[in-house]
Design a protein around this ligand. Sequence first.
Ligand code: SAM
Ligand code: SF4
Length: 323
Amino acid sequence: MQDQFQRNIDYLRISVTDRCNLRCKYCMPSEGVAWMPHEAILTFEEILRLMRLSTQLGFRRFRITGGEPLVRKEILSFLEESAKLPGVEDLMITTNGLLLPEMAFDLKAAGVQRVNISLDTMNPERFHEITRGGDVSTVIKGVFRSLEVGLNPVKINVVVVRGFNTDELPSFLSLAKQYPLHVRFIELMPIGISSEHRDEFVPIQEMKELLGLKEYVPTQDILGGGPAEYVQPSGYKGSIGFISAMSRHFCNTCNRVRLTSDGKLRPCLHSKHEVNLRDALRNGSSDEAIKDLFSQAVWHKPAEHHMNEEALQGLRVMSQIGG
Ligand code: SAM
Ligand code: SF4
């Protein structure tokens, strides 16, 4: 469906849990984030109903995220049901990859087409540090398992943090050269905990200089209609992408809204404005009434974010919104 700025909004990102088996430093604090109580979280039946209604409004592409989506019980049967819904053309998942070695095959069998895996560093000590305890070799195993089972494309999300992984950018370039992996470098966004770390922000332009990418030909985003700008240097099996939410924001082509795990529809990642769909789901509202709420929220999606002027320090940290 269209919003009031004539953008075609057909992409819903669904956070199925606020829980996670990691504690990435830029995403959530080491302690003090209370998990939402189970009854606050939408059931899979409720999410499936919202997905079905959203397809009637023209939504076609669905990304399942979290927290860590793969830690939620019964996730595979939920994905299988989602993939079967009429109108669901693209079912994708964003994961930290820790559970992919054992789950990639089942994800593919359930109908997931593509996977984004977060991997900010390939150095074991650094990975342990930034994720507060994660094991990078398991994630790397998960990356290759995903390729093996035929998830396609497999994208690697690298949040670039000054003084932490800037020296590793060329190693990620080699990864995209050797394997059909699409490595996307992402600007750190000042949301929640990260709003205190603006000095760690690296603009895309500087990343390109660090990579020695002075002259290059951007390729069309054949990989999903998202905000990344892709480059495929000759001889590469994969590609390199840049996601610049800050230095060159892509609000005018934004095609998505987000559903939080507690059932709030969030028209813009960077705005605190949310519409409570959970109450509507639980107070006996009709399909039509829920679709009305949904489409009003989409219609009022803001024209653009204001993160460059103002950090987003709201009630939620990134793991609670879904990235
Ligand atoms: N747990 C899954 C994962 O890590 O891929 C899915 C949820 S996570 C919140 C989704 C994405 O948001 C990850 O790629 C993560 O790196 C990114 N992210 C979290 N906080 C961020 C921030 N402040 N700026 C930019 N990206 C961020
Ligand atoms: Fe968990 Fe993903 Fe946030 Fe890391 S980025 S703490 S893996 S939700």
